[in-house]
Structure formats: structure tokens, C-alpha cells
Design a protein around this ligand. Structure first.
Ligand SMILES: Cc1cc2nc3c(=O)[nH]c(=O)nc-3n(C[C@H](O)[C@H](O)[C@H](O)COP(=O)(O)OP(=O)(O)OC[C@H]3O[C@@H](n4cnc5c(N)ncnc54)[C@H](O)[C@@H]3O)c2cc1C
Ligand code: FES
Length: 363
């Protein structure tokens, strides 16, 4: 009787199978596919963890899942009709067979929590603060891949994600570029109050926006505002590798002053023969002689056929959304579009989405 009950209970734990690698992992009650994969050491792509950016999209080949947390906002009706699912929100109600991209390079970097001290704080732009953080005495340095992000852990248990603007360093320094969001609790504190010597608790590394080295294709990078932070880390990584692949780096912002590390990017273009840099400003009155327009339109003006490229993009959700649609229309295969969308933190998005609609949804 007892063994029959145990067998029945065990059968209730759904198993996820990834079609391409054949890897399998169990999903505990209430867990999302992404959480279960991370617990099992399987690296699946993600960015916002709130169901709005689409970077964790996969295809459900067999089985059923539900969305008891946030609705799958990033899925269009046609994507859902083609059995697309969002792994950061999907909770299995049966065994699943999935077609999902694994990002094996990040699997070696276990995430952990650590305390850091602010060693440097400077103004990069009118609303952007640069921070340098160092693990406090007794903490070992963090390891990460260029382009990954970390969560700042707040005292009330909430988290705020920020991209790491440098690659891992021997001295352990972590650089962040923090844009002040109107009405934002943490970024207002960074802007108004945080001082050198203050301590923060962080968790990292997180995310799958990392260099893909298994390609010989030309690379396009598109950053919006502080989206330059992870792009900087990835470009510096490829420069350090001495890559011969052509690199076009586009950085868009509202005003010239928001292209806050233009001398650095112009320096890359001077010193690296296969790299070109394009600054693009959307407000003609604040362009300061730079190219005017929207940055994704500038990319498409210069490169109307993207079928032969790898494209990395990072920045505000509206820019990522536009890129997601228009770059695929220009021939870029979805599997070669890598991005981090700078959404608000998952708890804020959950509140906003929860107040908009009922969040129960079944596939
Ligand atoms: C993967 C990733 C990487 C990122 N990297 C960077 C980076 O490198 N640099 C950077 O500058 N930013 C980055 N961001 C964005 C950054 O995380 C947010 O700007 C930050 O979390 C804002 O924190 P906050 O506490 O200041 O604002 P919050 O207090 O979270 O508020 C954000 C906004 O939401 C509004 N809001 C809050 N609660 C509600 C509610 N219940 N209903 C309606 N509105 C509400 C606030 O008024 C405010 O306008 C990244 C985001 C992601 C997902
Ligand atoms: S939609 Fe899942 S990570 Fe953004």
C-alpha cells in the first residue's frame, strides 16, 4: 500500500526532456521549468524572469504546462499557436518534451551570494552612475562570463538586476552602470545617497547574454543607454581574443551626453581594424553633430540583410522589442539573436501585470 502510494507520488513529479541534448531533469511542485533546469545545472536562456522579454522562449513538443505566476506576455497569439512556451513562467502539469537552446558555456559558473564594498562611484552621464564593487575581506572574487548580470539583494528581500560592465578581473573588481529611474527605489538611492565605502549584498552571475565563440560570422552589437554595459564587456572580450570577425557596434541614446563612454568606443574603432563604432541619437536637438534617428533603424539602414550575422542587443524593452521583430524580418535567424532586455525587476513586473489581468493561463 505504502509503496504504491510512493510510486504514485513519484509519478506526479514531472520530468522535462530536452530534445536536442536528450538531457532530463525533474520539476518540483510549483517550480518553473527554468528554476528546475538551474537546480539541475542545465543552462537554458533567460533574461527578465518575468514573462515579458521572450528570451527564454522554447517549443513544447509534448506535454502541458500552466502559467500560475505571470501571464506569458512575450508570446504572440501565433507563437502560442506554434506551441511556443516561456520557460521562466511555465510550470509543467505533465512530463514535457521541449526544443530549447542550451547555453552550455554559462553552466560552469555557479551563482552565489556575496558582500561587496563600493570602491568607486562616479557620474557617467546626467542620470547614470558608474560603480566599482570589490568583494569584502574574506569573500572570494566572483567569476562570470562577459555580458552576464547580477542581482543586488535589498533588505526587504527584493532584487534589482544590473549588468556587469567588465569581464572578470584578477583583482575582483565589478563595474556597474546604473541609470536613475524616475520613482525607482534602488536607483534613486544610488543616485542620491550611496557613497564610497557602502556595502551591498549581491547574487551572481546570472543570465545568458554571453559571447558565442562557435561562429565565424560578422557580429553586430546594438546597445540602448546603459545597455552599453554588457555590450562593452562582450566587445572587450572579443577584442582581447584578437578576433578577426568584423564587428559593428551601434550605441543609441536620446542625447549625445547619454553616449557616456564615447571616447572608449571611438578608441576601439581606431585601434581595432575590424571594428566600427556608430553613435546614434534620437533627439535631433541634443544630437551634438552625431547621427540622428533610432538605433535599430540605423542598423537596418546600414545592414538591410542580416541573414549572415550574429546580433547582440541590450537595453530598454522598446528597443529590444523593435529589434526582435525587425531584425528577424531582415533575415536574421532567431537562434543568432542574443539579448538582454532591461526590464524592471521581476517583483515590480509581477505587480504591474497582476494588476492588469488575472494571471492564470493554461496551455
Ligand atoms: C537582465 C537585466 C539587466 C539590467 N541591467 C541594467 C544595467 O546594467 N543598468 C541599468 O541602469 N539598468 C539595468 N537594468 C534595469 C534595472 O534593473 C531597473 O532599472 C531597476 O531594477 C530599477 O530599480 P529601482 O528599485 O530603482 O526601481 P523600482 O522601484 O523597481 O521601480 C521601477 C519603476 O516601476 C515603477 N513601479 C514600481 N512598482 C510599481 C507598481 N506596483 N506598479 C506600477 N509601477 C511601479 C516605479 O515608479 C519606477 O518607475 C537591467 C534589467 C535586467 C532585467
Ligand atoms: S520572458 Fe522569460 S526570461 Fe524574459
Amino acid at each position: 500500500m505504502l509503496s504504491a502510494l510512493i510510486t504514485a507520488t513519484m509519478c506526479l513529479v514531472p520530468t522535462v526532456t530536452l530534445k536536442m541534448s536528450g538531457r532530463q531533469f525533474p520539476v518540483a511542485a510549483g517550480e518553473t521549468v527554468l528554476e528546475a533546469a538551474q537546480r539541475a545545472g542545465v543552462a537554458l536562456p533567460y533574461s527578465c524572469r518575468a514573462g515579458v522579454c521572450g528570451s527564454c522562449k522554447a517549443t513544447l513538443l509534448e506535454g502541458r504546462c500552466e502559467y500560475p505566476r505571470n501571464p506569458p506576455t512575450a508570446l504572440s497569439a501565433s507563437a502560442r499557436a506554434q506551441h511556443a512556451v516561456l520557460l521562466c513562467q511555465a510550470v509543467p502539469v505533465s512530463d514535457l518534451l521541449l526544443e530549447a537552446r542550451e547555453v552550455t558555456s554559462v553552466a560552469d559558473f555557479a551563482r552565489r551570494q556575496l558582500s561587496v564594498v563600493v570602491t568607486d562611484r562616479w557620474r557617467l552621464a546626467p542620470d547614470v552612475i558608474g560603480l566599482r564593487l570589490l568583494p569584502v575581506d574574506g569573500e572570494s572574487r566572483l567569476n562570470w562570463l562577459p555580458g552576464q548580470y547580477l542581482d543586488v539583494l535589498l533588505e526587504d528581500g527584493k532584487r534589482r538586476p544590473f549588468s556587469i560592465a567588465n569581464g572578470p578581473q584578477a583583482d575582483g573588481i565589478i563595474e556597474l552602470h546604473v541609470r536613475h529611474v524616475a520613482g525607482g527605489g534602488f536607483t534613486s538611492w544610488v543616485n542620491d545617497t550611496l557613497q564610497i565605502g557602502d556595502r551591498l549584498r549581491i547574487e551572481g552571475p546570472l543570465g545568458t547574454f554571453v559571447p558565442r565563440e562557435d561562429s565565424e560570422r560578422p557580429m553586430l552589437f546594438m546597445a540602448g543607454g546603459t545597455g552599453f554595459a554588457p555590450v562593452k564587456a562582450i566587445v572587450e572580450h572579443f577584442i582581447a581574443l584578437g578576433t578577426q570577425r568584423p564587428m559593428q557596434v551601434y550605441w543609441g541614446a536620446r542625447s549625445a551626453s547619454e553616449i557616456y563612454l564615447r571616447p572608449l568606443a571611438e578608441g576601439w574603432a581606431r585601434e581595432v581594424p575590424n571594428l566600427q563604432f556608430h553613435a546614434v541619437v534620437s533627439d535631433p536637438e541634443q544630437a551634438g553633430g552625431l547621427r540622428c534617428g533610432l538605433v535599430h533603424e540605423a542598423v537596418l539602414e546600414d545592414q538591410p540583410d542580416l541573414s549572415g550575422h550574429d546580433l547582440y542587443m541590450s537595453g530598454p524593452p522598446a528597443m529590444i522589442d523593435a529589434g526582435n521583430h525587425l531584425f528577424l524580418d531582415a533575415g536574421l535567424p532567431e537562434s543568432r539573436l542574443y539579448y538582454d532586455s532591461f526590464e524592471y525587476a521581476p517583483d515590480v513586473l509581477a505587480q504591474i501585470l497582476g494588476s492588469r489581468a488575472g494571471i492564470h493561463d493554461l496551455l
